[in-house]
Design a protein. Structure first.
Length: 199
């Protein structure tokens, strides 16, 4: 295994968008060479697998402009509120997008979505003991959202059939299927350390 540290020789933000920015890094490589790395800088995100006592999960559907169609997804949101803990963000998104609160929260899985080009880190929570709650009138993307409860088994079959494609949703559903089959063994507490999260 190589121990080369890939030191950053120079770094420059070349694009600043509403959510992401793009940084151009020149990185030292083995053999005294350098290479350019373009990095999409992302605030990170959280998602929620909400599992009811009948073994169903809640999926929301919304239009995603980059792919030009509606996708089935987990309730989710960006970590774009300074200082907000990941759990608090997940709880807020579950209320805003699904009108739900939950009694029990665990970390389900953490993932780096595309570490070859982005620092985006996602934490997916498992929420159980869910119940409905009043929520404010929805705006922007949330106004067009639809929501549906699906048996977890059916949702997993839809993943494997290529019908559910959103990466966070795929990862979350497959992880949830695993922990349900093992009687929720190995779940981490809701405040478990998260190396991928930005400080």
């Amino acid at each position: 295994m190589s121990t080369h540290q890939h030191a950053v020789e120079s770094s420059e933000v070349v694009f600043e968008g509403r959510v992401i920015s793009v940084r151009k890094d020149i990185v030292s490589m083995p053999g005294h060479t350098s290479s350019q790395r373009d990095v999409v800088v992302h605030p990170g995100a959280v998602g929620v697998v909400a599992l009811d006592d009948r073994g169903r999960v809640l999926l929301v559907t919304q239009y995603r402009h980059p792919v030009g169609r509606r996708l089935e997804e987990l309730p989710a949101g960006l970590l774009d509120v300074p200082g907000e803990p990941a759990l608090a963000a997940a709880q807020r998104e579950l209320v805003e997008e699904a009108g739900l609160v939950a009694d029990t929260w665990h970390v389900l899985v953490d993932t780096l979505t595309s570490p070859g080009m982005s620092d985006e880190a996602i934490r997916i929570f498992l929420a159980r003991g869910v119940s409905e709650v009043e929520r404010d009138v929805q705006e922007h993307e949330e106004a067009e959202m639809t929501a549906e409860w699906l048996d977890l088994d059916l949702a997993v079959r839809r993943v494997l059939a290529g019908e559910i494609e959103n990466a966070m949703c795929v990862v979350g559903l497959l992880a949830a299927d695993r922990v349900v089959r093992t009687d929720f063994a190995g779940l981490r507490p809701s405040d478990a350390p998260w190396p991928g999260q930005k400080t």
